[in-house]
Unconditional design. Sequence first.
Length: 216
Amino acid sequence: MNKYFATLPPDELAKELTGKVDNWLQWVMITGRLGRWRTAFDSYYGQRDKHKSYYVTQAGEQGELSMLMANEYRNLVQHVLVLTTQNKPSFEVSTTNTDSQSQEQGILARNLLDYYWNLGGITEVIYQALETSLVMDSAWVFTEWDVTKGEKVRPGLDGNMLTTGDIQCTFKQPIDVVVDWTRESSQGHTWQIKSDLINKYDLAAQFPEKADEIVM
């Protein structure tokens, strides 16, 4: 009987996840997605074959011609981006119950949404994800709970200070997120594998019992 991969022991799980990443990378190369992403990315930032939008090149038999690529692709994407983001969303929270406590919770929820949207960095993340998806056909936004953020509460069992935690919102380019490519629809994925660049010393401080293995 095949076991669900997420229930495997750590050593077997790492091997299984590595296999999923390798299979996905092979799939994006075979289907041409990787090449399409690379071409779109290079074109957006002004580099197409031998042509560049950020400096003048010489051409002609005696170098008598000066050539500069007009980056119309970036101009079109920026135009769509501005049209899409010029009106900021306004959140409205409604409660099922009408008692005073529910109404107060509704007001708190709306204020929290406004706070995180305007001051919590979510706006910038959504903007980056939208820009990337317009260029490369897709992008990912992850909203996670970071236990290392927030105010210090009390010492934990290991002596390190426990914090209240806070939301951490990040965006990823399509090449940085591995999904189940055998699904016919992009909806309803039961797992994703994302790539994060993390300072290993910060990670070792967060997991002191694994510090030696992380730092080595």
